[in-house]
Design a protein around this ligand. Structure first.
Ligand code: SF4
Length: 134
């Protein structure tokens, strides 16, 4: 990334692909759970039982067998949109994507609203995992 800004242009096209395509997890902090549960019209306990998995001590939203987030309806309708976790709200402005390299290329392969400004050569960190969300 340069001082001029991120190495990409982004305009969300509401494709929903970040919620259903690619690999990775939607991590969230436990403090975010009550608002997500309220947005889903569920108690925190019911929401956790239906939509949350623990992975190596961290909290993650559950995926359906086909990789879609369990909170996604149809192609692009997040059922808890107003309370979606920070990871979702900040995509694609994640350090692993802002750094360029493989993380940026993976994100651009998933998201049709993300355009790499210098496709010939983002040089940043490869990052261990690239984008973590769908
Ligand atoms: S919580 Fe909502 S915005 Fe985040 S991945 Fe799931 S459906 Fe998409």
């Amino acid at each position: 990334m340069t001082a001029a800004g991120p190495p990409f242009r982004f305009a969300c096209r509401r494709s929903g692909r970040c919620c259903r395509v690619g690999r990775g997890r939607v991590w969230f902090e436990p403090e975010e759970l009550p608002a997500m549960a309220a947005a889903a019209g569920m108690t925190a306990e019911a929401f956790a039982g239906r939509h949350v998995v623990r992975v190596e001590g961290r909290w993650s939203l559950r995926e359906r067998p086909d990789g879609r987030c369990s909170l996604l309806e149809g192609l692009n309708d997040c059922t808890i949109y107003r309370a979606r976790p920070e990871q979702c709200r900040t995509f694609p402005f994640w350090p692993s994507i802002l750094a360029g390299g493989e993380g940026l290329r993976r994100a651009a392969a998933v998201c049709p609203g993300l355009e790499i400004l210098d496709p010939a050569g983002p040089k940043g960190s490869e990052g261990p995992e690239g984008p973590e969300a769908r």
